[in-house]
Write a protein that binds this ligand. Structure first.
Ligand SMILES: Cc1cc2nc3c(=O)[nH]c(=O)nc-3n(C[C@H](O)[C@H](O)[C@H](O)COP(=O)(O)OP(=O)(O)OC[C@H]3O[C@@H](n4cnc5c(N)ncnc54)[C@H](O)[C@@H]3O)c2cc1C
Length: 498
């Protein structure tokens, strides 16, 4: 057994949550190890819906364009009825983007492709997951966590400041901490399988037997691949044959068609649907993120998105506290993210009920654009606001022009690891510049010009107001002119003292 020197963070699990966290830490120069017990990257398509809010997150992480290029839009759903009739409808509500919300359509990207792009981004930043390395035990004390890892060359003990369990629904870390995971088993078992097949076009999401839990089956062409994803409920007990022959027989039985033939299966799984939420997201120096903290039915495509956004919330806070910010910032992770998961569990369960009735529609509520943290300890308004944009809200985008003449967007200004302070029609600087804070003045004599009035419309500010935007794109503070002093204390609490 070997003992290694201290790194700041150990991330257990290199799924979507662990990879996002690793990118966040890497781009802030925090030392970490990302371990994954599997020998190779996960091969399944399961979390294939990338919601508009995650697209914004991916833009900030520098991976959105690559992910869009690999994936595609959701095809229309084609419903085949027992009487032989066929109808088509949109699988997702189609809305044009707006200046404040540049992405409105969920994207379809098989999870293995999304994770592949994340690994590529991580590599650009100088890191890679360590496969075949399993967390098998840990102990924490006031100063850190001692973790035991098992790998190909034996066991290893490492000392870290923080441990993050991004280790999926069966989380070893959650069990080891004895954190409760209350909720319900939803009485639905389903299969998901990625297959090569013949007999169906790739221009539609084929749905048979909608509304009948004994018979329904959905077969979706997976953008960016030659594969189709098969999903359908199965009996609660008993063996299920996930081979090509077994799936061909299942599809024949459910669709009544002899012409659909499955040639090969690249990944398949049978699973019970649960809706569960961890009692705590933090115990001392150990955190839970992603499916380790919440599991839910796949209806509505929320799981991967919520997991990515957990990590996006935690990453900058871990980096700030590692660099000396007060520890209370880390408590705000559970304070902000646990209520989001609680709401999401309700949404996914309601959508499962709708699926059972055969009338599932996924609208704005699944886009995650309205998620915010208005009750957070790190949401400051001076004076308190009653309307318009509030502290804790997602900071909207806006097309703008730099004083130098070139077009830009607020999201361009936000992109990166820093905080952003925006002054609207302000006369003078509110505070001293400091590392980690970008200050812009928006207005006729500012460095940024609100030519189309989009910033004014989205933010609803009065002249002289200041808006402080967090590294994860949420509004930390809104202060009116004359209250700018309040920002000093706020910034000190997040590690940005002058
Ligand atoms: C059929 C289906 C469809 C879905 N569709 C969608 C969708 O459209 N949109 C969406 O957002 N979500 C969807 N999901 C959910 C999504 O797949 C998950 O929410 C997502 O994978 C969670 O990511 P994660 O990183 O938290 O966990 P995981 O992806 O489970 O990753 C955890 C990793 O930790 C590793 N690990 C576990 N224990 C250890 C250990 N002790 N040491 C080291 N490594 C360890 C595991 O091997 C694993 O790789 C779907 C899920 C299913 C089943």
């Amino acid at each position: 057994m070997t003992e290694n020197s201290t790194v700041d963070v150990l991330i257990s699990g290199a799924g979507a949550a662990g990879l996002t966290l690793a990118i966040e830490l890497a781009r802030r120069g925090v030392s970490f190890r990302l371990i994954e017990k599997l020998n190779d990257p996960f091969r399944g398509s399961r979390g294939k819906g990338i919601q508009p809010r995650s697209q914004e997150v991916f833009e900030d992480l520098g991976i959105l364009d690559r992910i869009v290029a690999l994936g595609g839009a959701y095809p229309r759903q084609r419903e085949y009825r027992d009487d032989g009739s066929v109808s088509e409808s949109d699988a997702v509500v189609r809305e044009e983007p707006t200046p404040a919300e540049p992405y409105h359509l969920p994207l379809m990207v098989p999870q293995f492709l999304t994770e592949g792009v994340m690994r590529e981004r991580l590599l650009e930043l100088g890191h890679r997951p360590q496969f075949a390395s399993e967390l098998i035990g840990f102990e924490q004390d006031e100063a850190g966590v001692t973790a035991r890892l098992k790998g190909a060359s034996g066991e290893e003990t490492i000392r870290v400041c923080w441990l993050v369990g991004a280790d999926g629904g069966r989380s070893f870390v959650r069990h080891a901490l004895d954190i409760g995971f209350p909720g319900k088993t939803l009485g639905v078992r389903a299969i998901v399988a990625d297959v090569i097949l013949k007999g169906l076009d790739r221009d539609a999401w084929h749905r048979f037997g909608d509304g009948d839990m004994q018979r329904q089956i959905a077969i979706c062409p997976l953008a960016g691949t030659d594969l189709f994803q098969i999903q359908g409920p199965i009996p609660l007990d008993g063996e299920v044959d996930l081979s090509a022959a077994g799936l061909t027989a299942l599809v024949k039985e459910r669709t009544g068609r002899n012409d659909i033939e499955i040639h090969s299966v690249s990944w398949a799984s049978a699973f019970h649907m649960n809706a569960r939420l961890a009692d705590r997201y933090r115990l001392g120096r150990v955190f839970l993120a992603g499916d380790a903290a919440h599991t839910h039915p796949p209806t509505g495509g929320q799981g991967l998105n919520t997991s990515v956004q957990d990590a996006y919330n935690l990453g900058w806070k871990l980096a700030a506290v590692t660099a000396g910010a007060p520890d209370a910032l880390l408590d705000s992770y559970e304070e902000e993210r646990r209520p989001v998961a609680a709401t999401m569990l309700g949404l996914a369960t309601n959508l499962l009920d709708a699926m059972k009735r055969g009338d599932i529609r996924r609208g704005r509520e699944v886009h995650q654009l309205d998620i915010g943290y208005p009750s957070s300890s790190f949401a400051l308004e001076k004076p308190e606001r009653s309307a318009g944009l509030l502290a804790g809200d997602r900071a909207p985008d806006a097309p703008l022009r730099g004083a130098g003449g070139q077009p830009t967007r607020l999201f361009e200004l936000f992109k990166g690891a820093h905080w952003t302070l925006l002054g609207y029609e302000v006369e003078q600087a509110a505070m001293q510049p400091r590392p980690g804070l970008h200050i812009h003045r928006i207005g006729r004599r500012g460095d940024i010009i609100d030519e189309g009035g989009h910033f004014r419309d989205a933010y609803g500010l009065a002249s002289g107001d200041w808006v402080l935007v967090r590294p994860d794109g949420y509004v930390g503070a809104i202060v009116a002119s004359g209250h700018a002093w309040a920002l000093e204390a706020y910034l000190a609490n997040v590690g940005l003292a002058a």
